[in-house]
Design a protein around this ligand. Structure first.
Ligand SMILES: *Cc1c(COP(=O)(O)O)cnc(C)c1O
Length: 428
């Protein structure tokens, strides 16, 4: 069991229960699915987080993906500080929005126009509203186990957070809303085609995590994304790549660059805010020009495009522009992968390490995971034990089997070696 002293975290969590529902502001943080309780974090330093009891952990959660340059990166902190001193929000245009837009478009040329928002959830719900307006259709298709934020229309078979809690749908989502969301298994093109047959000319869009990350990392099988592109074109529907997680994570240009597919709309978040809340959606100009005030589709936000998020995002993307930075990330990712596979072989464990770019999941499952049905066969009890062992060793993994782990530029060779040693001793 837990051998680290975590008395201050325990005490804060006790107090938190009487202040915040379940003691947290986002459910997976509560550590319930790993039979544990959350650590309260005091600060981050590079690849590490330090809890309020002064325990230091090598962090593979990285705020659930955004911190690709690690915690408290010097350059990011510096631009945030200098921006803060000039005011944190104006509710009026600032030049920073143009610079971040140009940088985002440089990496994502399919985004001919972009709208900045404050979270991934806002980006996806706005993108779907736009797709519905553009096509004048109501149905959307999403995939089982994919997560697109917590808007009503997406809380239907929605992956990790929901799956971890065992809530198939959420109370409070009207059936009338959920009924407009049609579900197919991830990686199952035939199921998608069948939906189009059943609902001819009624599907506004397919929204997909092009590499699923919210049921653990599940890459697309060959031909899947190409098939989605073709079937949407044939049916006059839009293809939305939700790259809130995969953007700058599976490739600097996202899954669309990695697999050479051009979606109609793309949603981004996480990395492009440099650790400050942000989201963005964009795509073909003709579609984006339907957004108010260019067009009739309403979308707005008090803090949208605020200078803090823009400045942190610009600096992050500026650093990522250097190809050497990405090459180093990939090298560390490979080192981790090779090391884990060798441990699995040595211990004759039949687990599945699934990774793309800087995202990875070790599934405690006997067979490769290709969709939610195969993900859900993973042994959650063994994962929970492994998670607690790793934490005790000083490695902070996602507190759920159905989440991705992330690397940052601050995870060096030494950190990976330490991780491998921890895995070797912790795996069950
Ligand atoms: C995290 C995530 C979201 C939601 O973003 P928030 O900023 O948490 O609202 C949407 N889609 C995907 C694929 C995500 O990983």
């Amino acid at each position: 069991m837990q051998s680290k002293k975590i008395t201050r975290s325990e005490e804060l969590f006790r107090q938190a229960q009487s202040l915040l529902p379940g003691g947290v502001d986002s459910p997976v943080r509560a550590f319930r699915s790993v039979d544990s309780q959350p650590l309260f974090i005091d600060r981050g330093e590079g690849a590490y987080i330090i809890d309020v009891d002064d325990n230091r952990y090598l962090d593979y959660v990285l705020s659930w993906g955004p911190l690709i340059l690690g915690h408290a990166n010097y350059d990011i902190s510096r631009v945030i500080c200098s921006t803060v001193q000039k005011g944190t929000s104006f509710g009026a245009p600032s030049p920073l929005e143009l610079e971040l837009a140009r940088r985002v478009m440089g990496f994502y040329p399919s985004m001919e126009r972009v709208r900045f928002v404050n979270s991934g959830t806002e980006a996806t719900m706005s993108a779907v509203r736009l797709a519905r307006a553009y096509t004048q259709r109501d149905y959307i298709i999403k995939f089982e186990g994919c997560y697109h934020g917590h808007a009503d229309l997406f809380l239907v078979q929605a992956g990790s957070g929901v799956a971890t809690l065992g809530l198939p749908d959420s109370p409070g989502v009207p059936a009338a809303t959920a009924n407009l969301t049609l579900i197919a298994p991830f990686n199952d093109l035939e199921a998608v085609k069948a939906i189009f047959q059943k609902y001819p000319k009624q599907v506004a869009a397919i929204i997909v995590e092009p590499v699923a990350g919210n049921m653990g990392v599940v890459p697309p099988v060959e031909g899947f994304l190409e098939g989605l592109r073709t079937v949407t074109e044939e049916n006059g529907s839009l293809l939305i790549f939700d790259e809130v997680m995969t953007g700058f994570r599976v490739h600097r240009g996202g899954a669309q660059a990695l697999y050479h597919i051009k979606p109609d709309l793309t949603t981004l978040g996480k990395v492009i805010g440099g650790g400050v809340p942000v989201g963005a959606f964009g795509g073909r100009q003709e579609i984006m020009d339907m957004i108010a005030p260019a067009g009739p589709v309403y979308q707005a936000g008090t803090f949208s495009g605020n200078p803090l998020a823009m400045a942190a995002g610009i600096e992050t993307l500026r650093i990522l522009e250097n190809p050497v930075v990405w090459e180093k990330l990939e090298a560390r990712s490979k080192q981790l992968k090779v090391g884990v596979l060798s441990i699995l072989r040595k211990k004759a464990l039949n687990y599945q390490l699934q990774s793309v770019g800087t995202m990875f999941t070790l599934f405690f499952a006997d067979n490769p995971v290709t969709n939610w049905a195969s993900a859900s066969l993973a042994n959650r009890k063994n994962y929970a034990q492994f998670f607690r062992n790793m934490l005790d060793y000083g490695v902070y993994l996602a507190p759920s089997q159905f989440e991705a782990g992330f690397l940052s530029t601050m995870h060096g060779e030494h950190e990976i070696l330490f991780t491998l040693e921890a895995i070797e001793r912790s795996i069950v």
